[in-house]
Write a protein that binds this ligand. Structure first.
Ligand code: PEP
Ligand code: MG
Length: 561
């Protein structure tokens, strides 16, 4: 048995089970010339790869129609003939597949017909699938996850989590990441224990090895003894019992001891999250990260119709509760399989989020129209991410107005009075909060990004993670300023960064006047428990003192009193 301890718990809880390592192999296409006597074997290898790829695609096609087109392409006669011909000319199967597919990709890609151009993207995916099948490599690192396991990885990207079967995930242990990285946010939302910054965990574990993790203390046991397993099985049961009690408590109204009301909402990334959140006594959806709708797609931007169906279902599920849908916030650490982002030195300071949307107005309008059309089914609010200037806001609103006019012309109904708000997550939006507050319907403070930009500390960089702290006096003062500006112009100030779900911060934020707290669904019961047991008057006093402090140390001491 070996014990490791780490300081950073991203999501508390206990896990006991086998390791499932996430292995990513660098993929290099093995190209070579073949001898005439190898032709038959190579054709056989190619045919087997076609069958493997088709079988994988048939499995996916049950959940999504997109893969039907891929199946047709895998079995396309012209493609098969082209590859076979190239093998006969002396190329191995890999080279023949790559060259033939590339020729077709160029031809499809240059056609005027939009449908045919889209086939070019399909073919890129099919080519990759065939090459992986020829190499005998699984493209999806989670394909072998067939029993409940603790996922061990160097790093997990948002698109990894988009592909994951959470029913089989007992816990996460990763070497990279931070409390605001997406794996942490997702773990918290699903109530899955997660520890990040676990140095060399990949090298110290292997598939099937038993691990015990206590994400509350940060202790991990590799290959634990029977008595450790027994001790932690008991702790896990007690923890689950405590969680159950808090959950029952959270059915009570959201008011402090002295009768001051507050609003607790959930952050979600898809329809499943909304269903989970509805069980957590949330009073609304404060943040729907629509980028997950884009990440779920593998072969191109989601169409207006595809998005409309998702937003409509979300609106119907949320009913009268507010449903705040953030427009596409992609870039930074969030990529798309089908879109090549410009190569940038500093992607977090680059062409991401609203900047990319304003650069690609047709793509942005597709989303805005889908949101407008879905607005008649519930209480949708549109929220722009990453704004730095009033000009950007005006540009986005200009496109929204165009979408409204076009829908009207087509006789398609939408809610004319749909609320439009913005995230406050850049330092410039804090400084300009007074001007923004006169032009939007609500604010939502994104402390995950605001903390990184205000303190100039990369939110995902392990080396400087001790500097990343939303209790920093500059962040607290910024938050207070934003809330005051919102109230001065009669709009509500919410928060949807992870700080809103921090139990220790909640009293302070309530005292500063925050109207709406939006967090991972798993944190709602904890924050509610805390806020139901404090006095608003005292919270205001505490907030007043905290924003007057010059150091982080003094703020922490004040909160620990
Ligand atoms: C934030 O920055 O606080 C936020 C909620 O957005 P994201 O974490 O998706 O960047
Ligand atoms: Mg953000």
């Amino acid at each position: 048995m070996k014990k490791i301890s780490v300081p950073t718990a991203a999501s508390k809880g206990y896990a006991i089970g086998p390791v499932y390592p996430v292995i990513r192999r660098p993929f290099v296409v093995n190209r070579r010339q073949i001898r005439p006597e190898e032709v038959e074997t190579e054709i056989g290898r190619y045919q087997a790869a076609v069958e493997t790829a088709a079988a994988q695609l048939e499995k996916f096609a049950k959940d999504s129609e997109i893969f039907e087109a891929h199946i047709q392409l895998v079995r396309d006669v012209a493609l098969i003939e082209g590859v076979t011909e190239k093998i006969k000319e002396g190329n191995n199967a890999e080279a023949a597949v790559e060259d033939t597919a590339d020729e077709f990709i160029v031809i499809f890609g240059s056609m005027d017909d939009e449908y045919m151009r889209a086939r070019s993207d399909d073919l890129k995916d099919v080519k990759k699938r065939l090459l992986y099948a020829l190499a005998g490599v699984e493209e999806n690192p989670f394909a072998g996850l067939d029993a409940p396991s603790v996922i061990v990885a160097e790093e997990l990207t948002p698109s990894d989590t988009a592909d994951m079967d959470f029913g089989k995930v007992l816990g996460f242990l990763t070497e990279e990441g931070s409390v605001t990285s997406h794996v942490s946010i997702i773990a918290k939302g699903k109530g899955i224990p997660c520890l990040i910054g676990v140095k060399d965990i990949c090298a110290q574990t292997e598939k099937g090895m038993t691990v015990v993790m206590d994400a509350g203390t940060g202790d991990i046991y590799l290959d634990p003894t029977e008595s450790v397993i027994e001790e932690y099985t008991q702790k896990k049961q007690q923890f689950e019992e405590q969680e159950r009690i808090m959950e029952e408590e959270s059915r009570n109204p959201s008011v402090t001891k002295d009768g001051h009301g507050f609003m607790l909402c959930a952050n979600v990334g898809n329809i499943e999250d909304i269903k989970d959140a509805l069980e957590s006594q949330m009073e609304g959806i404060g943040l729907f990260r629509s980028e997950f709708v884009y990440m779920m797609k593998k072969d191109g931007f989601p169409t207006e119709e595809e998005q409309f169906e998702i937003y409509k279902e979300a609106a119907l599920l949320a009913g009268e509760k507010e449903l705040t849908i953030r427009t596409l916030d992609i870039g930074g650490d969030k990529g798309l399989d089908y879109f090549e982002f410009p190569k940038e030195e500093n992607p977090f300071l680059g062409c991401r989020a609203i900047r990319l949307c304003l650069d690609m107005p047709d793509m942005f309008k597709t989303q805005l129209k889908a949101l407008l059309r879905a607005s008649i089914y519930g209480n949708i609010r549109i929220m722009y991410p990453m704004l730095i200037s009033v000009e950007e806001l005006e540009q986005a609103n200009g496109l929204l107005a165009e979408c409204k006019a076009e829908l009207k012309e087509q006789g398609i109904s939408f809610r004319e009075d749909i609320e439009v708000g913005m995230m406050i997550e850049t330092p410039s939006s804090v400084v300009m909060a007074d001007d923004f507050a006169q032009r939007v319907d609500f604010f939502s403070i994104g402390t995950n990004d605001l903390t990184q930009y205000l303190l100039a500390v990369d939110r995902g960089n392990q080396n400087i993670s001790s500097l990343y702290d939303s209790f920093h006096p500059a962040v607290l003062r910024a938050v207070k300023h934003v809330i005051d500006c919102a109230h001065a112009h009669g709009i509500k100030a919410g928060m949807c960064g992870e700080f809103a779900g921090n139990v220790q911060a909640s009293e302070l934020l309530l005292g500063m006047g925050l109207d709406e707290f939006s967090m991972s669904a798993g944190s709602i019961k904890d924050v509610k428990y805390r806020l139901r047991n404090i006095n608003y008057e005292e919270a205001c006093g505490l907030a007043g003192q905290a924003v007057g402090k010059a150091t982080l140390k003094e703020i922490k001491e004040l909160l620990e009193k």
